[in-house]
Design a protein around this ligand. Sequence first.
Ligand code: ATP
Length: 299
Amino acid sequence: MLKVEHVTKYYGDFLAVDDLSFEVKPGEIFGLLGVNGAGKTTTFRMIMGLLDMSSGSITLDGKPIDYDVTDQIGFLTEERSLLTKMTVKEQCLFYGTLKGMSKEKILSRLDELLARFEISEYKDKKIKELSKGNQQKVQFITAIINDPRLLILDEPFSGLDPFNVELFKREIVEMSQKGSMIIFSSHRMEHVELFCKKLVILLHGKTVLKGDLKKIKQDYRKKTILIKGDVTKEEIEKIDGVVEVIEKADELEVKIANMDVSEKVFHKISKKKDITKFVVEEPSLNEIFIEKVGESYEK
Ligand code: ATP
């Protein structure tokens, strides 16, 4: 298990990460989220042992992360770190060797991964000759060449088309099912929502929201009701506790302050004959993120 406990990082006088704690168990995909400058990269670098923390502790399976365990970690950085004059094979040999793998092991694993990512024909091509999406695949292959127990993915889908996003997703889920611990960071909340059961949201280094995504959604008071049928925006807007009504192509999206309001809305439309849909939806992570981060921004 990865344990981050009360970690704080100062750059000089500047507090970049403030008392951060979370855990990632084998098989879990954990979301580390935040707006630009929130402290994510700083946290990743501390986990990787590339940056000293000011206080706190980070352990993998009870041991501090040092040179001995870095070969069990894979890191896909947001800023691309490919050695573009090398061929795909040379680059993987370079990183695989750094992770303590034998040449035979690297080459067999590379063949397997190139086939899985459908780029076997690029093995001896220079990285600079590849498209952005294929460079991203090579970057990902490099990060997982050592079949890491702990994998850190910072914006892994950048530059990928929807088909390749699916390919990456499949690979990430498979790795977690095999027992890897995965930390996933992205500004795309719909991606985070697909994978992460637990998450933390940082703002200016401080934790503004943390926990189980399902529970966070249940506890979030504001809900959305979708109504289809013969009812007007104006009728619903009049109900006390209705925050906003948005007219969609063939339905109304009603934002309510809390679950009690849904009963009032239901009562209103239950008198009508031709309502074909009434669904109370959980909020999206995007909505929660914007509200939580927005609230704290204003403090
Ligand atoms: P982004 O999403 O933009 O990549 P981030 O969440 O990864 O942002 P960090 O790069 O960890 O954020 O930066 C956190 C804060 O620490 C920022 O205010 C940044 O300016 C500051 N910072 C980062 N590195 C240094 C450094 N070497 N010296 C001083 N301040 C730094």
